[in-house]
Design a protein around this ligand. Structure first.
Ligand SMILES: NC(=O)c1ccc[n+]([C@@H]2O[C@H](COP(=O)([O-])OP(=O)(O)OC[C@H]3O[C@@H](n4cnc5c(N)ncnc54)[C@H](OP(=O)(O)O)[C@@H]3O)[C@@H](O)[C@H]2O)c1
Length: 214
């Protein structure tokens, strides 16, 4: 399976490192693939469009708003063709550059907004509740008493199963959080995560764990 990570920042690079030793082909999409290539170890690097064409599964790991306020929309809208029928893992959080919640146009979550621009793509929200600093072999192997939870949600059961298997292979405990509409709650969790880490000074080497009683 070819997984293209769109965006080569903290989340993109950390996920790339986690995926590299596993049985997946890993590629990257970047605004400037030539400049970014030396710092990335992958099977493919190209523009966002080239990466979306190459991929079986894509991961969106770019700032939601950016300075323009519509960064994700500008990146994703031209990918509707190459991503048709494919899985897009939405790891974004709708934040403004100062990390405050970004206003959404017509939906109540970024993930639902994506489905407006990518109507034929199987969007699964995942990894947005996990800090990039947790996405390391050291922390996932030994940093916690139990694997951190990777909450995911979406409307396509087969796509969710694929993402669930991927999350497990990366070292997370996947938890199916239901339909894509529940991305509203997962994005709320991410805002809470940021409050705990930054405003409350808990730091980003911390993660949610969902536990069911025996
Ligand atoms: N950091 C975390 O702990 C964390 C955890 C969970 C979810 N998230 C979410 O995941 C997404 C990526 O977060 P991140 O921390 O990886 O961000 P980041 O370190 O700032 O990197 C984002 C990447 O997106 C690309 N990009 C595309 N448009 C951009 C723009 N206008 N300005 C800057 N970069 C742009 C860049 O890659 P190219 O230059 O190669 O195009 C950049 O390296 C965000 O939506 C964030 O809210 C972050």
């Amino acid at each position: 399976m070819k997984i293209a990570i769109l965006g080569t920042g903290a989340v993109g690079q950390r996920l790339g490192h986690l995926l590299a030793p596993l049985a997946y082909s890993v590629g990257f999409g970047s605004r400037n693939p030539t400049a970014k290539a030396p710092e990335l170890a992958g099977d493919f690097i190209g523009s966002y469009h080239e990466a979306a064409v190459w991929a079986d599964v894509a991961v969106l790991a770019v700032p939601w708003a950016g300075e323009s306020g519509r960064n994700a929309q500008d990146i994703v809208h031209p990918l509707a063709g190459p991503l048709a029928g494919k899985i897009l893992i939405d790891a974004t959080n709708p934040l403004q550059p100062d990390w405050s919640p970004a206003p959404l146009d017509a939906s109540q979550s970024a993930a639902e907004e994506l489905t407006r621009w990518l109507p034929h793509t199987r969007v699964v929200k995942a990894f947005n509740t996990v800090f990039a600093d947790v996405m390391t072999p050291a922390l996932l192997d030994r940093g916690f008493a139990h694997p951190p939870t990777a909450f995911l949600c979406g409307d396509d059961p087969a796509a969710k199963e694929t993402v669930s298997q991927l999350a497990q292979a990366l070292g997370f405990d996947p938890v199916d959080a239901g339909a894509l509409v529940n991305a509203r709650y997962l994005e709320g969790m991410a805002h809470l995560n940021i409050q705990l880490a930054v405003a409350m000074q808990g730091g980003t080497r911390a993660a949610f764990r969902y536990m069911r009683a025996r």
